[in-house]
Design a binder for this molecule. Structure first.
Ligand SMILES: [Ca+2]
Ligand SMILES: [Ca+2]
Length: 314
């Protein structure tokens, strides 16, 4: 009898303890997180439920962080076991995930400061400049480089205006994205061409009620839909947000430049990036620049187009 009574007391106490916990302290939290890797930097997003405090162990021997959504930079590439412990008055729960970070191929920021273009791996950089005898001479230099996420570009051009019209007011990037010169539009500017994609925009802000633009980030992206290589026939692709661009900056008297990037995943069917760039006056009155440059012979006037610039896609 005594034994039974004792058991009942225990049972009663257990029920009492459970109900107390439910009423006053709630449930132990659930620990959850997601993360995004950019080079050696990882941005963690906490998705824990019912937590009041956190402890992040980044798995690299660094100090534990109590931040809710920390950003952590690893000193070296590798694979790290990251543990998030979520806590509240009722207890704590931990969850671990393995995070892999890799050294970026290079560091470029789209910020209007072009010094970062001087420190890039030469084997990845594709560039072209103009000679002063070129037929179209106002686009001075183009540079392209790609990492697994983006294709970056830098362009330098005549920043002057004639009778109030910018000599370089439209910039067209013509791109062979399938690496097949036999598919796509042909041009007289480069050979072979095989253009499948066109990116066209003004690097300066345009205050036009019909076509307002804050800069090259608002450039139009178009897919070639012609049936014969001589047809200039393009359909707009809605990939808003895929282009990033700095403002135009004067780099020396009369010479202006800007930089930008294109998100690779936004371009359907991107297998190659062979590119030629031409510029037009702001009022579309004529072409003003082209790179790789047009080789019209000073001797006999014959046109000997160069191939487009081949950008290595890593
Ligand atoms: Ca920069
Ligand atoms: Ca093509």
């Amino acid at each position: 009898m005594k034994k039974i009574l004792f058991a009942s007391v225990i049972a009663f106490m257990a029920i009492f303890a459970t109900s107390c916990k439910d009423k006053n302290a709630g449930d132990a939290p659930k620990a959850r997180f997601t993360y995004a890797v950019e080079g050696l930097t990882v941005t963690f997003t906490n998705q824990s439920v019912d937590a009041e405090a956190y402890a992040w162990d980044f798995g690299d021997g660094s100090a534990v962080s109590a931040e809710e959504n920390p950003v952590h930079e690893y000193a070296a590439e590798g694979s790290y076991k990251v543990t998030l412990t979520a806590k509240n008055k009722a207890g704590e729960k931990a969850i671990s995930q393995t995070v892999v970070v890799e050294k970026p191929l290079f560091n470029l920021k789209i910020d209007g400061d072009f010094a970062d273009w001087n420190n890039l791996p030469a084997e990845l950089l594709a560039e072209a400049s103009v000679d002063d005898w070129a037929y179209l001479e106002n686009l001075y230099k183009i540079r392209f480089i790609s990492d697994p996420k983006k294709v970056y570009f830098y362009m330098e051009f005549n920043g002057e205006a004639e009778e109030g019209v910018d000599i370089v007011g439209q910039i067209d990037m013509m791109i062979d994205i399938d690496g097949d010169a036999a598919v796509g539009m042909d041009t007289w500017l480069w050979s072979p061409s095989g253009v499948d994609l066109l990116i066209e925009g003004n690097p300066y802000p345009v205050d036009d009620p019909e076509w307002p633009s804050a800069g090259y980030q608002d450039a139009g992206v178009f897919q070639w839909i012609g049936s014969t290589p001589d047809e200039w026939l393009f359909d707009p692709l809605d990939i808003s947000g895929a282009i990033e661009a700095s403002g135009v900056v004067e780099v020396k008297a009369g010479v202006k430049a800007f930089e930008g990037s294109i998100l690779r995943s936004a371009i359907p069917g991107l297998k190659a990036f062979n590119v030629g760039v031409f510029t037009s006056a702001a009022d579309w009155s004529g072409e003003t620049g082209s790179l790789p440059q047009i080789n019209i012979s000073p001797d006999d006037g014959s046109n000997n187009p160069q191939p487009m610039l081949q950008v290595k896609l890593n």
